[in-house]
Each structure stands twice: as C-alpha cells, then as structure tokens.
Design a protein around this ligand. Sequence first.
Ligand code: DQA
Length: 152
Amino acid sequence: MAKILILHGPNLNLLGRREPAIYGHDTLAKIDAACATLAKTSGVELCCQQSNAEHQLIDWVQAAPADGVVFIIINPGGYTHTSVALRDALAAVALPFIEVHLSNVAAREPFRQHSYFSDLALGTISGLGALGYELALTAALRWLGNQSSAKT
Ligand code: DQA
C-alpha cells in the first residue's frame, strides 16, 4: 500500500489556540483526522508527524524512502523561510512533495514571502486554512494515480 507522509513544522502543535485569526480554529488533531479519513477511503497509508525541532523533521525526511513513503506533504512553518538544511533533505531524498501553508504567506510580512521549498515542490497551497491539507492530499493521490497508470 502506498504510504504518504504529512510533516508539520514548529508551532503547528498549537493550532486552534495559536493566532486563530491567521491560522484558524482547527486543531492539528482535527486536520490529521480529516486527512486520515480521506487516506483510508483512498486506500493509502498515512503517517502524520509534527516537530518543533529542525533535526527531527530532517530525520523523518531522510528516513522516508526506507520507510516506504512515496509522497510528502509538508508545512515547514517558520522553517519555510530559514531552513536550507530541511530543503537539502528533501532534495536529497528526491521524493515528490507539496508545500502547504494555512495562511496566505504571499500577503503577509516580507520575510514570509520567500520559501526555501517552493521551487523544489510539485506545488504549493497557501491561504486556504486547514482545507489546504486535504487539497494537497487529494492532489498527491491524483498524482500518484497518474504515475502508476503511466507505468501500465
Ligand atoms: C505557516 C506560515 C509561516 O510563515 C509561519 O511561520 C507558520 C505557519 C502557515 O501555515 O501559514 O508557522 O507555515
């Protein structure tokens, strides 16, 4: 069974009570549960992880191919704008990934308008709140489906 990894970066564990006017009222548990339901009905295995630590996120990315992960959905949080190291990990494993942001980073402070990930990502979803994760998962499923039908 294909395995998809969702990675949530720093401070996303606080969703629901973290600046709800910007990030919404949904908790991370609720977001992960909605994605798990979608994954189950689509017959894929889903693993959701959150860490505030850059090295932990890098370790999960590095372990992904050996764990059977075929696609990554990542919200790098604040590391979006700072982490060459996490970018390098994604480049090293060369797995397809989608970058998700709850808020519309393009409409926020100038320092949020640069991402170390967008040029490597298959695509970026930004500003659609919690729905962005489900949309990213839907896109990943479609992309994986297209890949396997191209092989047959
Ligand atoms: C975020 C946007 C980042 O700028 C911020 O540091 C976050 C969350 C988002 O989902 O909108 O932590 O990635």
